[in-house]
Design a protein around this ligand. Structure first.
Ligand SMILES: [Zn+2]
Length: 93
């Protein structure tokens, strides 16, 4: 294999991988900001509702206890974040 061909193969494989990783990181950051550690933009709590299995990942459905807005986050987003459950809110008040 000559060097130009190796370079070409690297370009067509590595560049898309980098783009995909960058995209995933950017969208994760976006959703992490949106999740806001379980606090809705209205100030309510995002209450865990259910898990939905997709082909490769699992999504978690949350519903705000103030405005009722539903949102969906994957496991990467909520991994290190606070998760509110219905019971937590009921015992808190
Ligand atoms: Zn809300």
């Amino acid at each position: 294999m000559n060097n130009n061909l190796i370079e070409f193969v690297l370009k067509i494989t590595i560049v898309p991988i980098i783009i995909i990783i960058a995209f995933v990181l950017i969208s994760d950051t976006h959703y992490k900001t949106k999740y806001n550690n379980g606090i809705c933009h209205c100030g309510g709590h995002l209450i865990y509702q259910e898990a939905v299995g997709h082909r490769n990942t699992t999504s978690y459905i949350f519903k705000c206890d103030e405005c009722g807005e539903m949102s969906e986050y994957n496991s990467r987003i909520i991994k290190d974040c606070k998760i509110y459950y219905e019971e937590d809110i009921n015992t808190e008040t």
